[in-house]
Design a protein around this ligand. Structure first.
Ligand code: SAM
Length: 236
């Protein structure tokens, strides 16, 4: 049998008829489907959460919104810092989440589609101290309005690196529509998220960025500002 040429790291097609990137994409999808730690990087994410929340927020009384909780790797950690709303859409993953956090009194699990639910939370005028956005794909569709859910606190965002993804026409168009280019750099992405904060008068500052192979995991400090103070312009 002809083996796929996985060392052929350019875009050319190998003996299996797939590019190196396409093969790697299949491997990542399989790891996600089996909920492998190599797809989720829980240790790196947990270390970052502890670093950031330990320093900035203190313990115990935070309100936390986790929009993509999965089986609860991070939910259990967040539960040490306060009350957690943990959203997970997929049935069997949700069942594992509820089992894994059954001893955490301050965790409320919701089996909802977060892309819709966050609009509902905005309509209810809810706000949180911490928001965690950890989807498998790009989180762009949450911006800028997710900032309405936070007035002062921290937002953790998982961002796939565009240049390690397979840029088909749909992904390319999606990235162009959000970032103005199909292959935005880390800096461009961070600058755009900071600007999206200002759409709702949130001053947004990157306080931590970790590199986890095919994704970045960002932590942003978010603070609501008065438009007049921020711009130095007086309303007449
Ligand atoms: C990257 S994983 C989350 C990993 C988790 N934060 C952790 O560190 O263990 C993304 C999760 O989002 C769930 N998901 C996918 N679409 C969703 C949606 N529309 N609403 C809520 N959850 C969704 C997936 O089933 C998956 O468990």
């Amino acid at each position: 049998m002809i083996q796929p040429d996985i060392f052929n790291k350019d875009f050319s097609v190998n003996y299996s008829g797939k590019t190196y990137r396409a093969i790697r994409h299949d491997v990542v999808r399989k790891r996600q489907a089996t909920y492998s730690d190599t797809a989720h990087h829980p240790d790196e994410k947990i270390m970052q959460i502890k670093d950031v929340l330990g320093e900035i927020c203190g313990w115990g009384d935070l309100s936390i919104l986790e929009l993509f909780a999965g089986q609860g790797n991070l939910t259990k950690i967040y539960a040490e810092y306060g009350e957690v709303i943990a959203n997970e859409y997929k049935g069997e993953v949700y069942d594992k989440l509820t089992e894994n956090v059954k001893d955490c009194a301050l965790v409320h699990c919701n089996k909802v589609d977060s892309y819709l639910d966050f609009h509902q939370l905005i309509a209810l005028k809810q706000t949180f101290d911490v928001i965690d956005l950890d989807p498998y794909g790009f989180p762009n569709r949450f911006f800028p309005d997710v900032f309405l859910l936070i007035e002062k606190g921290v937002m953790f965002v998982t961002m796939p690196k565009p240049y390690v993804n397979i840029l088909n026409g749909i992904t390319a168009t999606h990235l162009i529509s959000y970032y103005g280019e199909q292959n935005p750099s880390e800096q461009t992405i961070v600058e755009r998220i900071v600007l999206w904060g200002l759409c709702h008068w949130r001053k947004v500052e990157l306080i931590s960025s970790i590199d986890c192979k095919s994704i970045w995991r960002f932590a942003f400090n978010v603070e609501k500002v008065k438009a007049t103070d921020y711009t130095g312009v007086r309303n007449r």
